[in-house]
Design a protein around this ligand. Structure first.
Ligand SMILES: *Cc1c(COP(=O)(O)O)cnc(C)c1O
Ligand SMILES: [Zn+2]
Length: 398
């Protein structure tokens, strides 16, 4: 069953519907978990090990073996900050971001519905993922990207997997509005995160974090927030497993935004339930360069209901954190992902996060998604001949 998060109106699972017909709010799938957690044991460690908890037709699954991502204990960085730190590395998914979790479920639903064309607007990773899953499912794929604002690796992926790519003269919010209008005219099946099936895939990040910690909840989960689907999905996941009795506690959901694109943090600071859009969002972290998040209500509910928090970080703090994580722990992430680490640092400094807390930072996308930003942040390699004496001198004099 699909249910409106605001007015509670109910819709059938097979209705192609993105927002509530009665009040215009966002929708979610209602899932009751009536299995024992023991059934997950011994299965291959990917997203579909949780298939009983994902409301789609198992015989239609389109998968690239997504999920089951690394869960790295980060003692060096953790002890520097005085917390017990784990990093969930979503860049290890097939196309290099957590979007694959949403797409495997969204594409499976598309197959179930029998659609021929899928589409999305994207800051990059959604299009990269959709293009790959549409190829795997054999469907036509249309993507709208904000012109000039998509990191190189993501653009390469969307194009190479055969999506029909339109470069839109406008920002992400405008591209999404146009794509949504076309979906409502039934030209395509929309696979942005307003589609509640996307979040059914992404909620498994929450499932896995609880499982990865030996069926315990961290005190806090910290992640970057753009369109606000992922924080909503992870909260849904941990809440479902909590309600099923698999864990005794719930984490405080902590959403980090970039200073130049922070409608959710603004709303949190005022205690509001919905956001006031930011007109011209700007940040180096292009994946979260979003001014009008579609899942604002769900995300703010997640933050308030979990006694969580929201904070902003500057582009400089993001780039520093990206480098810090890469150089102290060997984990390479794209700028948006590093917002979680930057936020952790800031909230420890502010005393919002207590010493000794168990924290899971979700790092959402791979370093290679945005090679230009990575190269710009480094000193150039030294040009030198392959002469052993010169090289020895250079190395010894460092
Ligand atoms: C999509 C994305 C985000 C933002 O997630 P939302 O669900 O839009 O809040 C953050 N980081 C990366 C790398 C992403 O691709
Ligand atoms: Zn409604």
């Amino acid at each position: 069953m699909i249910r409106c998060v605001s007015c509670g109106a109910e819709y059938d699972d097979d209705e192609v519907i993105y927002t509530c017909e009665k009040c215009g709010s966002v929708l979610e799938l209602v899932c009751d978990i009536d299995v024992s957690k023991d059934i997950f044991d011994g299965r291959r460690d990917n997203l579909w090990k949780f298939k009983e908890c994902i409301p789609v037709d198992e015989s239609k699954i389109v998968s690239l073996d997504e999920g089951g991502t690394p869960f790295c204990k980060c003692d060096k960085l953790g002890s520097e900050l005085g917390v017990n730190l784990y990093v969930k590395v979503e860049g290890s998914n097939p196309t290099g971001s957590f979007k694959d979790r949403g797409m495997t479920v969204g594409m499976t639903k598309a197959m179930e519905l029998g659609v021929s064309t899928v589409g999305c607007a994207s800051t990059g990773n959604t299009s990269a993922s959709l293009a790959a899953y549409a190829a795997r499912g054999g469907l036509r794929c249309i993507v709208f990207l904000p012109s000039g604002k998509v990191a190189l690796g993501k653009l390469a992926q969307a194009m190479f997997h055969g999506a029909e790519v339109m470069s839109i003269n406008g920002n992400f919010d405008e591209a999404l509005e146009a794509m949504t209008a076309l979906a409502l005219e039934k030209h395509l099946y929309l696979l942005n995160s307003i589609n509640p099936y996307r979040l059914e895939g992404q909620k498994t990040i929450g499932y896995e974090i609880l499982r990865d910690l030996g069926w315990q909840s961290p005190d806090r989960i910290i992640l970057p927030v753009g369109n606000a689907g992922n924080i909503s999905a992870i909260w849904k996941g941990v809440s479902e497993f909590y309600n099923a009795g698999f864990v005794k506690d719930l984490p405080m959901m902590t959403g980090i935004q970039a200073e130049g694109a922070c409608p959710v943090t603004n709303a949190f600071r005022k205690g509001d339930k919905t956001v006031v859009p930011v007109e011209n969002p700007e940040t180096i972290a292009t994946a979260i360069r979003i001014g009008a998040p579609v899942s604002d209500i769900k995300a703010l509910n997640a933050i308030y209901d979990s006694n969580g928090y929201s904070e902003t970080v500057s582009d400089e703090e993001i780039l520093d954190a990206q480098k810090l994580l890469a150089r102290t722990e060997g984990i390479g992430v794209e700028p948006a992902s590093a917002a979680s680490i930057a936020g952790l640092k800031k909230l420890v400094d502010q005393g919002v996060i207590d010493k000794g807390e168990t924290i899971t930072c979700v790092v959402t996308g791979h370093l290679l998604k945005d090679p230009n930003t990575a190269i710009d942040a480094c000193t150039k390699p030294t040009e030198v001949d392959a002469d052993i004496d010169t090289l020895r001198n250079l190395l010894m004099n460092k």
